[in-house]
Design a protein around this ligand. Structure first.
Ligand code: ATP
Length: 269
């Protein structure tokens, strides 16, 4: 296994229009780790993800993505090796699921004219479509897909170049309960199928954390409040501080959820 961290962020500050957005943030992500960035609206999660995806440079500090230091590398080239699931991605023409997934190889929103995948690439696309639970929607066109199906198609698309890193920005936002559970089930299958894949997922809802989440960073006002193994970081105390609200964390069947803080009323009979 490659021992270079997949991501290494050291003492990063990011200032935009004179405002500090990230302050002294450090993070190391290794192969096989599944991180969640958790924090309230405006905490800086998406901004940090944009650094990890080589979409932005830090103002101070260093960011290494797949062993390459931002500022010393062709960002566009580097991005092609990162599986970045952009929820706003949308092809303009009504591509099928199969086509959308294959555009992950050309890194384009549209099907590239005169480009054709190899037999191995087609086989990989079919395998990923199956892994994401979309085999029966393989030929369905983008405009006819549900939001959950689109999200899962985009994950399959991001995995086409066989990246070592998958970045997911609020992947379960807007999904109904069934859609969220299907998404979590597929993430679980994915993590078991690709044990070396590392991922970083942004969310503000603990209910949306995949059970395979190994590590968590709590962000508040651009600062890292806590970072480390999920069970050490996701305590009622720390999450309450992160969201500036009394919260009680409940862990059941490998999943996390929250209740309003205060006494545990479930035992009052
Ligand atoms: N281009 C920009 N210029 C100035 N301020 C920005 C810019 N982009 C983001 N911000 C500010 O930086 C802060 C962090 O934004 P960011 O989107 O990273 O937070 P977030 O934790 O992802 O929030 P949310 O959960 O609402 O998506 C916010 O206060 C936002 O207004």
């Amino acid at each position: 296994m490659n021992s270079t961290p997949v991501l290494h962020v050291e003492n990063v500050d990011l200032v935009r229009e004179g405002n500090p957005i990230l302050r002294e943030v450090s993070l190391t992500v290794r192969a096989g780790e599944h991180w969640a960035l958790l924090g309230a609206n405006g905490a800086g999660k998406s901004t940090l993800l944009s650094l990890l995806g080589a979409f932005a440079h830090p103002t101070r500090g260093t960011v290494e993505v797949l062993g390459h230091r931002l500022g010393r590398v062709d960002m566009r080239e580097l991005r092609s090796h990162v599986g970045h699931v952009d929820p706003k991605h949308a092809p303009r023409s009504p591509l099928t699921v199969w086509q959308v997934v294959l555009t992950g190889l050309t890194n384009t929103a549209e099907w590239v004219p005169r480009w054709g995948p190899t037999a191995e690439q087609v086989a990989l696309a079919e395998r990923l479509i199956g892994l994401l639970g979309l085999s029966d929607r393989r030929d369905a066109r983008w405009p006819t897909l549900s939001q959950g199906e689109r999200g899962r198609a985009l994950i399959a698309r991001a995995l086409m170049p066989s990246p070592r890193l998958l970045l997911l920005d609020e992947p379960a936002t807007g999904l109904d309960v069934a859609g969220r559970e299907q998404f979590l089930e597929r993430i679980d299958i994915l993590q078991r199928t690709y044990p070396d894949l590392a991922s970083v997922l942004v969310t503000h809802h603990l209910e949306e954390l995949p059970p395979g989440t190994t590590h968590v960073m709590l962000l508040r006002d651009g600062c890292c409040l806590a970072a480390g193994p999920a069970d050490e970081v996701l305590t009622s105390d720390q999450v309450s501080k992160c969201f500036d609200h009394p919260i009680r964390i409940v862990r059941a069947d490998g999943r996390w959820s929250v209740r309003a803080g205060g006494p545990d009323r479930s035992r009052v009979g």
